[in-house]
Design a protein around this ligand. Structure first.
Ligand SMILES: Cc1cc2nc3c(=O)[nH]c(=O)nc-3n(C[C@H](O)[C@H](O)[C@H](O)COP(=O)(O)OP(=O)(O)OC[C@H]3O[C@@H](n4cnc5c(N)ncnc54)[C@H](O)[C@@H]3O)c2cc1C
Length: 409
């Protein structure tokens, strides 16, 4: 390390904090620029205040982007065991679930932030809050970090400004803007892990209905993926964990003007024959009751009227009067209710965003720009987006660690 290894980290989020710590521990003189009044706002808000900090079963296949395998080297450098040891070294205990999701043992996201803030302070990192970086330039003597009314010179700079998802937590597009100013290619950005808007006359009438379902996503009428989990109808469309899980593919397709639809199976635990037999028996047992009443033992009450309306069936009709054809139509619809998706709920409501700085121009072993020596990238500003389950933090820690170690050299 040269005597004047001055490193600027733009953004005090997950990747920036990890990088700052690694660079400072390697002996660099590190300054974090954060425009919020404190670092780590997304960490605090994450996982419903619990912070799903990492996943024990991560691989490059948990990511999307032009080249998801860009993540592979970074992920290999931070296996879960090493991450846990690292967390212990900064005073943070973890608890992992059987599906691989890990949380702070206290179940409080603030434990993560407290541990990181203490560790970076111990390592001598300077944190400048309420300091918005407005531009980044390079001259012979080094990089110039521009803030309002002031400029400072650094040997190396990390762009760790995240994505534009959740601007209310401080997200900006500044990172991609800075990257673009150095000639980096930017892959178009779209919201991910986000609720979807539906083109339907029913969803708003069913707002508030939450149920376990299977959701099949089709792009241009071709089945792409199927997931099971909670769905929640809302005034704008649909939300719930199953929807977040398909949202990356849906949002990407919408950005590319493709036709997107979801088909909902409201009773995924029944195969069609069992459902048919169950309903036939039920209808025989209580023949003189309205469809609406009888189906309420199986389905959320608010959905029944609209299921009936979709196939022009009167919900007050006695079940004994249903024709075989009507019964089969009803059964089919319960397990195959299709809705056109015509938008997402936007960056404001998204947890993450896809797209960003093209990874082809970044060295995956160092996170350094292939175009500009001394310029590094980490985290969500890159064209990498993870699945739900701790994978987004996972890449932020892993890429931040590599970049920090390299900048500390
Ligand atoms: C509500 C919510 C819940 C989430 N839950 C989870 C979860 O449980 N598990 C998971 O893995 N992921 C979760 N995520 C995603 C995760 O938070 C991000 O993927 C992760 O924070 C990305 O880290 P980062 O360092 O790249 O960016 P960020 O953490 O977003 O950090 C970027 C920082 O840069 C700052 N900044 C931006 N522009 C400037 C500028 N011009 N000057 C100075 N500072 C600037 C921002 O204020 C921010 O502090 C969640 C996200 C949200 C919004």
């Amino acid at each position: 390390m040269s005597l004047s290894n001055k490193v600027a980290i733009l953004g005090g989020g997950a990747s920036g904090l990890m990088a700052a710590l690694a660079a400072a521990r390697a002996g660099a003189d590190v300054t974090i620029y954060e425009h919020n009044n404190s670092v780590g706002k997304k960490i605090l808000a994450s996982g419903n205040g619990r912070c799903n900090i990492i996943n024990t079963t991560v691989s490059a296949e948990d990511y999307a982007g032009i080249d998801p395998f860009f993540t592979a080297y970074a992920l290999e450098q931070l296996p879960f065991e090493d991450f846990e040891t690292f967390c212990h070294s900064i005073g943070l205990l973890l608890e992992c679930k059987s599906d691989g999701r890990c949380y702070p043992l206290s179940n409080e996201a603030k434990a993560v932030l407290i541990a990181f803030k203490s560790a970076v302070a111990d390592a001598g990192v300077k944190i400048l809050t309420e300091k918005k970086v407005t531009a980044l330039t390079k001259e012979k003597k080094g990089f110039i970090v521009h803030c309002e009314n002031e400029k400072s010179i650094y040997d190396k700079v990390l762009i760790a400004t995240g994505s534009q998802a959740a601007p209310q937590l401080g997200a900006t597009e500044d990172g991609v803007r800075f990257a673009h100013s150095f000639g980096h290619e930017i892959i178009p950005q779209y919201p991910s892990l986000v609720q979807l808007h539906l083109n339907s006359k029913f969803h708003h009438k069913m707002a508030g209905v939450k149920t376990f379902a299977e959701v099949t996503l089709a792009i241009n009428h071709k089945l792409l993926t199927k997931v099971q989990g909670d769905i929640l109808f809302a005034s704008y469309g649909i939300s719930g964990l199953a929807i977040l899980d398909i949202s990356q593919n849906a949002s990407y397709a919408l950005m590319n003007n493709q036709r997107v639809s979801i088909t909902i199976n409201l009773l995924p635990n029944f195969d069609p024959q069992t459902l048919s037999a169950t309903l036939e028996k039920l209808f025989n047992d209580v023949p003189n009751r309205p469809i609406e009443t009888v189906l309420s033992t199986l389905l959320p009450g608010k959905t029944i009227v609209y299921l009936c309306e979709e196939i022009a069936l009167n919900p007050s009709k006695f079940v004994s009067t249903l024709s075989e054809k009507e019964l089969q139509k009803l059964i089919h619809l319960i397990q195959n209710w299709t809705f056109e998706v015509n938008g997402t709920h936007g960056f404001k409501h998204a947890e993450v965003s896809g797209g960003g700085v093209a990874t082809a121009q970044i060295n995956d072993k160092t996170m350094e720009s292939k175009l500009v020596k001394g310029l590094y990238f980490a985290g969500e500003v890159l064209d990498i987006v993870g699945r739900r389950g701790g994978y987004n933090f996972n890449f932020a820690w892993a890429s931040g660690l590599i970049a920090g170690k390299e900048m500390g050299k």
